[in-house]
Design a protein around this ligand. Structure first.
Ligand code: MIC
Ligand code: SF4
Length: 639
């Protein structure tokens, strides 16, 4: 067996390892972050279970740390008190980004982790099976239920040779994205192998598994080897380490080879993580902002690497440089070493350990300005500026370009000097900002601010339906398009009526009012609809507005699950049907519930042309029951 198969088979509750079928796996650990966590805990509370039933569950605060009003602070209090009451660890605001902290302090080789954030596979760097999912799926896992998914194909990515000076882990994953695209990983687990692994430290591996999310992959995983052991030793928890390797005769469904010694520094151009070119190809492009951080590139080593470049220079007068450490541990270590001094003297603006600019929580770039970021996503407008020009690259490329003021290939710059940072012998370990669950849970009172509104639910699926296509969109629509984030909208994550006003607001500002005035409707999308984040608000808020069906050429995994979880029927249509339907088309589904129950296809009629089409639902038996019940909560209550 390969590593992924070993992880799955040791947790298999139902199904088998043949790709394409539905399986269920038991979940050892869960994580949530604040922007998805408030809903997840409201959902968990609704299940009436006194204490989480996982080996470990952690609630992080990292997204909504900008407190421009009472909302985020209220949510933090809610999350802290609910964690204390229900047996969760609570990582306080300022302690760092969930994925960074989880890897440092909680990841365990051989175990499973389900997180309500799409970059949860970050922990795959430590030989875990780590999967991102909607908050409701995570709430069910906390209740001890298994997680259902389609058994993925396993892709082996073989890394041969050694990285050259100036080339780093970020360039590896950007190259994988260039080859496979943002939909190339859908229905797959990416497993890394080959001699190139020997030199890759766990934080470097995490850069690669983290951004597997951008491939649409179910997860990404590395074996657990001596590098992993060294990381656990340095984190002072070697006892948590266990070896996990593929058998020598392991088989894979697909294979990709990356020759590390031929790899160049890579860069994703606006505005998709797979729009990847060599840095050389865009060298000289003037840069106005450089941001180093986000869960993909904010480890201690990333920051030290940037500091090594920046310490003897001043940043270009036209560049604003921000540094966001991924965790308090990383911040503490650059503070006690000399790295922070080097960064500060270069002119960097140092932000608190959190998601920050990655999710549009400040640092929106200037109009028409190129922003060079070490982040994982550059979806249009995500930075907070309309028509933004965000490029994604490694910390090395970012640091060098901050000095020159234009996109610069770091390979030429770092030439003779060492451009790697080895793993420290010891990380500075201080878990005092992680609060353990209360010893007297019955005495804990859950604090609920006025921003926390109850969860809306819908009724059972309609027997028949007539509704209008109220929006037609193209390929690769992201959840940032459907339910934007940023400093203004994120604080409304625990208030569905309020946040629903912003559904599709960047694509079509009249969407919410049109949905309300037409009593709901249908959305028509192209390929890979709903790529990107795990935010269930991208399903929950449209459901609140009355959206009943999404027709698309294909769907991204997590968003499809979220649609089903909240009773919106995802239907797949061919290119001919997509082309023939205009926005405003009125569609009739004469036997909606019956079709879902009894067939794999749903019949729909275009009222204007009179044409009858078939759309596939591809739902498993369990998913059919969920959709018919009007969503997962109704389904669970019914059980
Ligand atoms: C993101 O990177 O888009 C987020 C914000 O972390 C999301 C979660 C969310 O929207 O709360 C994700 O990746 O799942
Ligand atoms: Fe936070 Fe950005 Fe990572 Fe999402 S991708 S968890 S917003 S740092």
């Amino acid at each position: 067996m390969n590593v992924a198969q070993k992880l799955i088979s040791s947790h298999l509750v139902s199904g088998n390892l043949k790709p394409g079928g539905e399986i269920a796996i038991s979940i050892d650990q869960t994580l949530t972050q604040d922007a998805t966590g408030t809903m997840a805990y409201l959902e968990f509370e609704a299940m009436g279970i006194p204490k989480v039933r996982t080996k470990l569950s952690v609630s992080y605060v990292d997204h909504n740390t900008l407190q421009t009003g009472f909302e985020n602070a209220d949510d933090h209090r809610f999350l802290q008190t609910i964690a204390a009451k229900y047996g969760l660890y609570f990582s306080r605001p300022g302690n760092g980004i969930c994925h960074q902290v989880h890897l440092e302090r909680f990841a365990r080789p051989g175990q499973t982790l389900l997180g309500s954030d799409s970059h949860t596979p970050n922990a795959g760097a430590a030989g875990m099976l780590a999967i991102g999912a909607g908050g409701l799926n995570v709430a069910l896992a906390m209740a001890g239920e298994p997680f259902y998914l389609v058994m993925p194909k396993i892709v082996r990515v073989v890394l041969t040779g050694k990285l050259r000076n100036g080339v780093s882990a970020k360039d590896i994953i950007l190259e994988v994205l260039r080859k496979l695209t943002v939909k190339g990983g859908v229905g797959k687990i990416i497993e890394y192998a080959g001699e190139g692994l020997k030199d890759l430290t766990v934080p470097e591996r995490a850069t690669i598994t983290n951004m597997g999310a951008e491939l649409g992959a179910t997860s990404s995983v590395f074996p657990s080897d001596e590098q992993t052991r060294a990381f656990f030793r340095a984190q002072k928890r070697e006892a948590d380490w266990a070896e996990l390797k593929a058998d020598p005769d392991a088989v894979y469904d697909e294979e990709v080879v990356i020759e590390l010694d031929k790899l160049d520094p890579m860069i994703a151009l606006p505005s998709s993580p797979d729009n990847v070119k060599r840095v050389k190809d865009v060298e000289g492009t003037p840069v106005r902002q450089v941001c180093i951080g986000s869960c993909v590139n904010s480890s201690y080593s990333d920051l030290v690497l940037a500091a090594q470049i920046l310490k003897d220079h001043k940043i270009h007068p036209d560049v604003s440089l921000t540094i966001t450490p991924g965790s308090r541990q990383a911040l503490h270590m650059i503070t006690t070493g000399s790295a922070l001094a080097g960064l500060v003297s270069s002119g960097a603006r140092v932000l608190e350990p959190a998601c920050g600019p990655c999710i549009g929580m400040g640092q929106a770039p200037a109009t028409g300005a190129v922003s060079l970021r070490t982040f994982n996503r550059n979806f249009p407008g995500r930075s907070g500026t309309a028509k933004d020009l965000v490029y994604l690259c490694s910390p090395l490329t970012a640091a060098v370009s901050a000095i020159t003021g234009k996109i610069t290939d770091p390979k030429d710059w770092v030439k003779g000097q060492g451009a790697r940072v080895s793993l420290p012998e010891e990380f500075s370990v201080d878990d005092s900002m992680i609060i353990p669950p209360s010893m007297e849970p019955e005495k804990v009172v859950v604090e609920r601010g006025p921003n926390i509104k109850p969860l809306p639910v819908r009724g059972a699926l309609e027997g028949s339906l007539t509704a209008k296509v109220i929006l037609k969109v193209g390929d690769n629509i992201t959840t940032d398009d459907i339910m934007p984030a940023g400093a203004k909208i994120l604080p409304l994550r625990s208030n569905i009526p309020a946040i629903s006003e912003y559904v599709f607001s960047k694509v079509d500002p009249a969407f919410a009012s049109r949905a309300k005035s037409s009593g709901g409707g249908i959305v028509l999308g192209g390929n890979n609809y709903g790529q990107g984040s795990s935010r269930e608000h991208a399903a929950l808020a449209p459901m609140y507005l009355g959206i009943k069906v999404v027709l698309a050429k294909s769907f991204a995994r997590i968003h499809k699950d979220n649609l089903i979880n909240f009773g919106i029927l995802p239907l797949t249509v061919g290119a001919d049907v997509y082309d023939s339907l205009e926005q405003d088309a009125e569609l009739e589904f004469p036997s909606l519930a019956k079709d879902v129950r009894e067939s794999s296809e749903v019949t729909l009629k275009d009222k204007k042309s009179g044409k009858v089409h078939k759309a596939e639902h591809g739902l498993t038996e369990r998913q059919k029951q969920i959709i018919l019940a009007g969503g997962l909560l109704n389904f669970v209550k019914g059980k």
